[in-house]
Design a protein around this ligand. Structure first.
Ligand code: ADP
Ligand code: ASP
Ligand code: MG
Length: 425
């Protein structure tokens, strides 16, 4: 007998039939003798609808990026999607003859920071859930995504995609043997299979590589869930919720990807996978005097405005005397970053400010890069041969990222996928 956390994403609970399919998966594990906590997302599209309603209620213009309304009320609204699915799944399980009850974040409680809209979990008391497994033989159906901010007693949410993080945190709190993430793909692939049809499913991936893939745009798992998995050494298994529960052989390992410690991986590849993100904006501050303190003058105000700067490139301006500083920020912060730099114009002293939002960041990831030289150089050559211009580059120990025109995103990703031998054969 084991203890499992099973997490089901939005497409897996999109309607009552799908919820019934989820319930059959849960019953399969209960029948196999496991103690089960289930974590559910809102129905597919629900959270987007709730976010849009908040903006409408506040009178924000469509497409307006930074919310002008109270983030505590945003959380109160968006948390409702998961409340609905947790209750519906509990009802469905009960109708199948299982003991089950729903749990909201505030009831467990899942205590979080006060960063409404992107709160971090501080503490979960798993003892209550554990004793209910033992004394009541009851499936805990937990609403993923929301928690409670203890000082204010207000509902908080963990950021988009946050129910993955709820699941891994619950798994750690109840000392589960494994956290299964059921989603609309049957595992983690070398790249998003919707964009690269030849992407290969990975049987295993190290926490470090998964962390980079997730933080560079592969939305199959929220970054924070991988961080927690790594911190608590919680094995995470990504698998499909669309398999029929009746077809699953309990004795066999189902298709999926295990996210685990690097030592548990036998195969070694230099490149593990490729991620991309279209949510980038490029800002170039042109003709800046090349003097000490200039970077502080530009990046200080951005840091104070809480804007995350990612790639930074400094090069000589066209006039050969001054310098240009180019950097990227999340697309959602584009307007704020532009305004922040404009406000500091006199202090910085620049001639022109150019910005672009039609850019994408492509990241090539692999812990094997630690011990291999020249991996990035291959990419520069391959993209140059196809006339794809690289606007900025950053490298770290186990990844490098390239900023390119977003029109070439798919093409560049596929070229690199083939180049590094990741294509399915
Ligand atoms: P859920 O609603 O179950 O949380 P998400 O939409 O958040 O599902 O995440 C699953 C999606 O992640 C897939 O449909 C896939 O398009 C996308 N994805 C991006 N990168 C990858 C990758 N490397 N491997 C698998 N899926 C990926
Ligand atoms: N429903 C939330 C979202 O769409 C949380 C999640 O699905 O993980 O972001
Ligand atoms: Mg998700």
């Amino acid at each position: 007998m084991g203890r499992l956390v099973m997490k089901f994403g939005g497409t897996s609970v999109a309607d009552i039939d799908k919820i019934r399919n989820v319930a059959r998966h849960v019953k399969r594990e209960v029948d196999a003798g496991h103690e089960v906590a289930v974590v559910v997302s809102a129905m597919a599209g629900k959270t987007n609808e709730l976010v849009a309603w908040c903006a409408q209620a506040a009178g924000d213009a469509p497409g307006h990026n930074s919310a002008s309304y109270d983030p505590k009320e945003y959380d109160a609204v968006v948390a409702s999607g998961e409340q609905v699915t947790s209750g519906l799944l509990a009802i469905t399980l009960q109708a199948m003859g299982l003991r089950a009850r729903s749990w909201q974040g505030w009831q467990i409680p899942i205590r979080t920071s006060d960063a409404h809209g992107s709160a971090r979990i501080l503490e979960i008391d798993g003892d209550g859930l554990i004793s209910r497994f033992q004394d009541h033989k009851e499936v805990a159906v937990i609403a993923g995504f929301p928690g409670i901010e203890p000082a204010g007693g207000r509902i908080s949410t963990l950021g988009r995609g946050g129910s993955d993080t709820s699941a891994v945190a619950i798994a750690a709190a109840v000392k589960a043997d494994r956290c299964d993430i059921y989603t609309d793909v049957d595992g983690v692939y070398t790249c998003d299979p919707r964009v690269v049809p030849r992407a290969r499913r990975l049987d295993r991936i190290a926490f470090e590589d998964m962390l980079e893939l997730a933080s560079q745009g592969a939305k199959v798992l929220q970054v924070r869930s991988v961080e927690l998995g790594m911190a608590y050494r919680m094995p995470i298994f990504v698998r499909s919720s669309f398999d029929r529960p009746e077809d699953i052989d309990p004795a066999a390992t189902p298709p999926g990807t295990l996210i685990c410690a690097e030592e548990e991986i036998m195969e070694s590849h230099v490149v593990t996978g490729i991620a991309f993100s279209r949510d980038e904006a490029q800002i170039s501050v042109r003709h800046v005097e090349d003097r000490p303190g200039i970077a502080a003058a530009i990046f200080g105000p951005l840091a104070e405005a809480n804007i995350n700067v990612d790639m930074i490139v400094q090069n000589v301006s066209e006039d050969g005397r001054t310098t240009d500083l180019t950097f990227t920020v999340p697309a959602a912060d584009h307007a704020r970053a532009k305004a922040t730099i404009s406000t500091a114009k006199d202090h910085i002293g620049y001639a022109r400010l150019d910005t672009a939002t039609d850019v994408s960041k492509i990241s090539v990831i692999g812990s094997g890069m630690r011990s291999h030289a020249g991996v990035a150089a291959m990419a520069f050559r391959a993209l140059a041969e196809r006339d794809i211009n690289i606007r900025a580059i950053t490298t770290s120990e186990i990844k490098f990222s390239l900023l390119i025109d977003s029109a070439y995103t798919e093409l560049a990703v596929r070229i690199l996928h083939t180049l590094y031998g990741l294509d399915q054969v």
